[in-house]
Ligand binder design. Structure first.
Ligand code: AMP
Ligand code: ZN
Length: 727
């Protein structure tokens, strides 16, 4: 039977159901005012594997997954610009219930795409307000909770076991303190809200014994788990970020209410990361299923990818690893496809099936070892078992894996005509007529097939969507994948470096303007297509195919600005590099003048738009002035490529563009180089859309973060300023 790590006992416990043959399991479900990101989906996949493992071994699993559709329409969240989608929907006159339904439907569709077995019930929080009120009333009666001004709080001091799940109570206190501003109504800072009085103007609220209000976050899971699973049940799942405060609070409420332990096993999944940090919408590094589909990648490849890391370890998501998973899945399917042809009505060997099935269940039962299960599947595939035995085994394994592996037969079906071509090709090959064979192969490929040969046979299958989309493109997932040419010799006079992300008209204007004024110079453009989705990628591809001076690298998602620019810097080969923003347009031959400026002793950066400061805390633009500056703005930023060896690359912790140019300017200053502006250089600034299309709150927050980063490093380097008399 399944043994799994229990966050409560801190041990790997065997799942032994309270009722014979039936496992009751509760999974903390999605918040439905936004799409579930693939990190959330990773934690639902974990619960799905637990369920499949148990039911494949004969247990009846009752699975409940709640829908959190309340407590999220908070005004302060909207004001911080945290949820533009919901703000827009409310503005359009949609009701909160309509918004919740919209995202619930999308969530269910995502689960279906990943073949996550649907829970037996998806109870909504808003349908269970009465049940929550009843629990809170009883907690007040028994002294576990108290009322203050229409709010009800759980009195943590009354529940001595508080902290038994998350461990450290002091840490709990700390977390509580930084999460929310001290609430003067709480008797103890650790106390948490069970019921909250509605503030004036609040739309979503209910009557209660304490006046109109709405429930706290944790109480919904106590109420719904009791209602659908009873006051004792077997397994409760969630992501590790749920351990505190959500599940700690749930235990206090539920056990305060019943006076007894409620959940036997608490199972928590580790996070999916992106760019090395927890995937979260607020961090701007989240992806949703449609981002995967947009790249033509199968949803099942994500399921396969999640299987490559144990549930209790972090997994860093990149599209490169997703594509690798897609190829792994494809190779596995290719084999299964071959077995269906080879098996040809044979029967499986019973003893082999029993032995391998035993090994498989030992593996998954051992703390949900899905990577082990996948490895075993591959070992089986490569073994010398008969094709029929392999087919039987893969079908059994797949009840747990959930990859729909045996569907490959229909998926790979080809037109009869193509199959005839394949037969003709094989006979040409046998006859040594390779030119004919290659001609047929090319024809099949043009018709959208992939031809695969191995030692014994040739097969064709329809080309997958992801293979069509990524053909002939240089696609990367991180700056680290791009080699540095910094140590190579200059092979051009000028490199125009551009980072492009959507706004294709702006991109065209900037690129074309740079070449228009080349005046016979040997120029190249190095363009990073930073995860564009609006046709920019296609235009750039087309440009590169007709103009050998243009090199395009596609990032499969939007990289942070520092990383994006570094890719351009690493790939440049011009003696002079001119970084050009897509909101800028060159309207004169600026290159001669730039060379002249950079020829001056000690000058590190040249450009038209300088910045000055007296104290590092406020930079103001040169306002049409020329001369020595404290920083150069990114719209047009020129330097010698050889300087890279001294000043290094940009700091990749700058994900947002703003103030990165100032930071990088200081790298030059520190290396003893001056920054020179010539306001008469022919460069025009147009609307900067990245800026103008951000919500005000958001752009302020992002800019501030970067400014802090800048100050941390350079705050006490007033000695580098022009006003300090240096230079
Ligand atoms: P939420 O919709 O924010 O309540 O989250 C739904 C579920 O996803 C919870 O169980 C979270 O613990 C889990 N979760 C949130 N972020 C991640 C992540 N980056 N990786 C894995 N699981 C996550
Ligand atoms: Zn929950």
């Amino acid at each position: 039977m399944l043994n799994i790590y229990n966050t409560l006992t801190k041990e790997i416990d065997e799942v032994s159901p309270l009722e014979d043959g039936v496992v009751r399991m509760y999974t903390c479900g999605p918040t439905v005012y936004r799409d579930a990101h693939i990190g959330n989906l990773r934690s639902y996949l974990m619960a799905d594997w637990i369920r499949r493992i148990l039911s494949a071994q004969g247990l009846d699993v009752v699975h409940i997954k709640n829908i959190t559709d309340v407590g999220h329409m908070r005004q302060e969240m909207l004001e911080r610009g945290e949820d533009k989608i919901i703000a827009a929907a409310l503005e359009e006159g949609k009701t909160p219930a309509e918004i919740a339904q919209f995202y619930t439907d999308r969530f269910l569709a995502d689960e279906q795409k990943l073949r996550i077995q649907p829970a037996h019930e998806f109870p909504k929080a808003t349908d269970h307000i009465q049940e929550m009120i009843e629990i809170v009333e009883r907690l007040v009666e028994t002294g576990y909770a108290y009322e203050a001004d229409g709010n009800v709080y759980f009195a943590v001091s009354q529940f001595p076991e508080y902290g038994k799940l998350s461990g450290n109570i002091h840490e709990a206190e700390l977390l509580e303190a930084v999460r929310v501003e001290a609430d003067p109504l709480k008797r103890d800072p650790r106390d948490f809200t069970l019921w909250k009085a509605a503030e004036p103007g609040r739309m979503v609220k209910w009557p209660s014994p304490w006046g109109e209000g709405f429930p706290g976050w944790h109480i919904e899971c106590s109420a719904m788990s009791f209602k659908y699973l009873g006051e004792k049940f077997d397994i409760h799942t969630g992501g590790v970020d749920n351990i505190f405060p959500h599940h700690e609070g749930e235990i206090a409420q539920s056990e305060g209410f019943t006076g007894e332990p409620v959940v036997s096993s608490w199972v928590h999944g580790q996070h999916l990361l992106a760019d090395g940090v927890k995937m979260a919408k607020s961090a701007g590094n989240s992806f949703i299923m449609s981002d995967i589909e947009a790249q033509g990648i199968d949803s099942m490849a994500f399921r396969y990818l999640c299987m490559t890391a144990r549930y209790n370890t972090r997994l860093n998501f990149t599209f490169t690893s997703l594509r690798a998973a897609q190829r792994g899945l494809q190779r596995l399917k290719n084999r299964i496809w071959q077995w269906t042809m080879d098996a040809d009505g044979d029967v499986a060997n019973g003893a082999d099936v029993e032995e391998w099935t035993g090994k498989f269940f030992d593996t998954v039962n051992s703390n949900l070892d899905m990577p082990g299960a996948l490895a075993l599947t591959w070992e089986m595939a490569r073994s010398d078992l008969s094709a029929a035995t392999k087919l039987t085994l893969v079908e059994k394994f797949d009840h747990v894996l959930g990859l729909e592996l045996v569907n490959v037969v229909e998926e790979y079906e080809s037109e009869p005509e193509a199959l005839e071509q394949l037969v003709r090709r094989s006979s040409h090959r046998e006859a040594g007529e390779y030119a004919d064979a290659d001609r047929i192969r090319a024809g099949l490929e043009d018709a959208g097939y992939v031809v695969e040969d191995d030692a014994t046979a040739s097969r064709i299958r329809p080309k997958a969507e992801w293979e069509k989309l990524t053909e002939d493109r240089d696609i990367i997932s991180s700056a680290a994948e791009v080699p540095s040419l910094v140590d190579e010799m200059d092979s051009r006079e000028v490199t125009i470096g551009i980072v492009a992300c959507n706004y294709v008209e702006d991109v065209k204007r900037a690129v074309n303007s740079a070449f228009t004024w080349a005046n016979g110079r040997d120029m190249e453009a190095v363009i990073l297509d930073n995860g564009s989705t609006d046709g920019t990628s296609e235009w750039l591809e087309e440009l590169a195919s007709r103009d050998a001076r243009v090199r395009v690298i596609h990032a499969d998602h939007k990289l942070g600005e520092g990383a994006a620019k570094n890719i351009v810097l690493k790939q440049s080969l011009g003696r002079t590099v001119v970084l050009l923003d897509t909101s800028a347009e060159i309207c004169a031959d600026i290159y001669g003048r730039i060379e002249q400026m950079l020829d001056q002793k000690d000058v590190g950066i040249a450009g038209p738009f300088g910045l000055r400061t007296d104290n590092l805390h406020h930079f103001h633009d040169g306002e049409g002035e020329s001369g020595e500056m404290d920083a150069m703005q990114a719209y047009c930023f020129a330097f010698r490529r050889s300087a890279l060896k001294e000043v290094g690359l940009m700091r990749e912790s700058f994900r947002f563009y703003r103030n990165l140019d100032i930071d990088y300017s200081f790298h030059f200053k520190e290396a003893g180089k001056r920054i020179l502006a010539d306001a008469s250089l022919g460069v025009v600034q147009h609307e900067h859309r990245v800026w103008s299309e951000l919500a005000e709150g958001e752009r302020d927050e992002l800019s501030l973060k970067n400014y802090r980063r800048f100050l941390e490093k350079w705050g006490d380097r007033a000695d580098l300023l022009v006003s300090s008399g240096r230079g």
